[in-house]
Design a protein around this ligand. Structure first.
Ligand SMILES: [Zn+2]
Length: 416
């Protein structure tokens, strides 16, 4: 007969000098308790300096492991502490778990896998653990991943802000636009928020960055100019952010016009917000019909929309000279439109034209940043919002940081 101790040693991957000494079934509690012990002759080393040290005492510890069928499985061991001349009294390392964790590495890896699919509450419920235990696993995974991460050469970065739970509370998200992963998450959206990111890079890494896409926000521009060599040729006010400024202006024109028409007792077309906000090719057919009726009308909103739409074609230039000429022409048109919000938006464009032209000729696309932003919205929704900024940041790193999150003892082979 295959003894149960050997059976558990095999499936737990317990190898000499550690041995399974007892397996106990607690039927009522639906638990399996596995006791593991270190051979008396085994060398005991300090976990920091790896020097063999005299034993000091032992501490009884337990780790939750993967379930045995429907039974919770708990690993027990008297873990020796050694007295290191340099590091004092310290507990030796065990091969099945990371220091400070109440879970075996395999259990942590399973929790990490589940966290990719579901939120903390759901994982806690399914794994019969507390919310805080699951949160702790995620936090450790992120810390581990960030400590291991080596920032390789980055060519294009995107800088964006995103709010969480309470409006007006923001974090700054810096992403690698080519790899589509998040590089840094900082508090607020100030100059200092971005300074933190630049400090992570070596001068060599800084020199490799050829474009930095961002919105027309003075704080990010200031920080970039301070840290990135030749920043004025690399800062890109990308299409997405410019389009947002113009879209907001069109919406202001529309709202003011409705207010004005209603005050004068005239007919004001309602429900037109999305008619003028969406690009026609993305509209559902029913909205498209309404759009076709309105787009050439004499409504101010329609006029504003035509100005915004014309700007879409200004992104196709390939040379700096032509791009400048095209944009300047457009600015002239918008300024002469007698539509105050469009005029203001055109002035914003004029003041940032240098960075817009960089974006046009460097062909910096916001597609990567946009899909990351969509994923961040998913993270927020999945967690039912965040009250805690640090948790929000951890969740972004966990899902979008491209990090190696698993405990060190889990080899890449077992991960599949
Ligand atoms: Zn030591």
């Amino acid at each position: 007969m295959y003894p149960k101790e050997k059976f558990y040693a095999t499936i737990l991957g317990i190898e000499a000098p550690w041995h399974v000494t007892a397996v106990e079934l607690k039927e009522r509690a639906e638990e399996v308790h596995v006791t593991v012990a270190l051979g008396a002759s085994a060398r005991r080393v300090c976990p920091t300096c790896a020097r063999v040290c005299p034993g000091y005492d032992t501490r009884r510890r337990s780790w939750r492991h993967l379930d045995t069928c429907q039974f919770k499985t708990i690993l027990w061991a008297d873990v020796p502490r050694v007295e290191c001349a340099e590091h004092g009294v310290v507990q030796i390392e065990v091969p099945w778990a990371e220091r400070g964790s109440g879970f075996t590495a395999l259990m942590e890896a399973l929790i990490i896998d589940w966290l990719q699919e579901a939120n903390i509450s759901a994982v806690a419920r399914r794994m019969r653990l507390s919310w805080h235990e699951i949160d702790g696993v995620r936090e450790r995974a992120v810390r581990r991943g960030l400590a291991r991460r080596k920032l390789r050469s980055i060519a294009c970065i995107g800088v964006d802000e995103t709010s969480f739970q309470k409006r007006h509370e923001y974090v700054t998200v810096v992403s690698d636009l080519e790899r589509g992963c998040v590089l840094h998450v900082a508090d607020d959206r100030k100059t200092g928020s971005l300074d933190e990111f630049w400090a992570l890079l070596t001068p060599r890494q800084l020199s490799k960055i050829r474009a930095a896409a961002m919105d027309m926000c003075a704080a990010y521009v200031r920080s970039t100019r301070e840290h990135l060599p030749n920043a004025d040729e690399k800062i890109c006010f990308d299409r997405f952010h410019v389009a947002k400024t113009l879209g907001d202006a069109v919406n202001t024109v529309r709202k003011e016009e409705i207010r004005e028409l209603t005050a004068n007792g005239e007919y004001a077309p309602r429900g037109t917000k999305y008619v003028f906000a969406q690009n026609p090719e993305n509209m559902p057919p029913w909205r498209r019909a309404q759009f076709e009726l309105l787009k050439d009308s004499s409504l101010k909103a329609a006029r504003a929309w035509r100005i915004k739409d014309a700007a879409r074609w200004l992104w196709t230039y390939t040379t700096r000279g032509w791009a400048l000429r095209g944009w300047k022409q457009w600015i002239g048109w918008a300024v002469r439109s007698h539509l105050e919000p469009m005029k203001r938006a055109a002035h914003t464009v004029r003041d940032h034209l240098w960075g817009i032209v960089n974006a046009v000729v460097l062909r910096v696309t916001n597609a990567g940043a946009e899909s990351l932003n969509a994923k961040i919205q998913w993270i927020k929704k999945q967690a039912c919002g965040f009250r805690n900024r640090e948790r929000f940041k951890a969740a972004i790193y966990f899902h979008l940081g491209g990090l190696d999150l698993y405990p060190a003892t889990i080899s890449t082979h077992t991960r599949a």
